[in-house]
Design a protein around this ligand. Sequence first.
Ligand code: G3H
Ligand code: 13P
Ligand code: ZN
Length: 328
Amino acid sequence: ARITLRQLLDHAAEHTYGVPAFNINNMEQGLAIMEAARACDAPVILQASRGARSYANDIMLAKMMEALEQMYPDIPLCIHQDHGNNVATCLSAIQHGFTSVMMDGSLTEDAKTPADYAYNVAITAEVSRLAHMVGASVEGELGCLGSLETGHGEAEDGHGFEGALDRSQLLTDPEEAARFVAETEVDALAVAIGTSHGAYKFSRKPTGEVLAMDVIEKIHHRLPDTHIVMHGSSSVPQEWQDVFNAHGGEMRETYGVPVEEIVRGIRFGVRKVNIDTDLRLAAAAAFRRVADTSRSEFDPRKFLKPAMDAMSAVCKARFEAFGTAGNA
Ligand code: G3H
Ligand code: 13P
Ligand code: ZN
């Protein structure tokens, strides 16, 4: 059944677990995630980026979500807009059946530069007002995602800013967070703690210097009832990097967010954990392996089924680690 982010995260807070929010663009991702959820008896957040909506088409995505809901009637399902950049994106998502939207006002509408606080509050509060009228939930973001190692906003996955940001722009300020939540009435707050999107987050296993879990603790202390969201939370598993590289892939040495750090965050109010890269990597590695080892194969299903199994395995591991399992 379809539920809102607020309903799901309130339950998660009450029972101290976290929920992975997996990005979805196509049928195989949808089936892989739902199959893992059924196996683990876990509630699900499926999220679509603006890119996903234009790749798959809104109608295709909406009907696919409907099909998944029908196929897995016992799994609580939240359908969420990832990184909405304006009011129209958020409202059209709701029109297509999404039960939750992110208004990312930490960036300007073109997502190329950090936005100022006043803009962020104004646009997020507006989305909150409208979405709440029709029963949808809202996630806001305060602080810019990006690397504390390099000082750059975002990672090198095509969305990089020009020029370095100050450390203070890359870390959410707990006092400002309290004001932001009060002024916008968001249901969940995405924070900046040194994570970035994509595979290249850290050049070595991250320490507290570059992955500021202490900031999560401070925000939770200041805002104990606010559901915290971690973006850029892929762990970029070494074993999948190895499969990818063993079969012709070229991924240079890189480290993601260790699962144990996310688990620590869940003790301090992290309730939604955004994961896209890990499923992309597992799927790409699995079909590279088929392409490399079964060179005469040309039935796409023979590539896509192993890719689905690989994605499902990652989903199950996260449902177990985050305590989502058993909570459907
Ligand atoms: O926000 C980043 C997510 O990984 C979505 O990526 O915009 O390429 O669909 P995308
Ligand atoms: P990853 O690139 O770490 O998977 O992050 C995804 C994300 O934050 C989507 O909003
Ligand atoms: Zn994100």
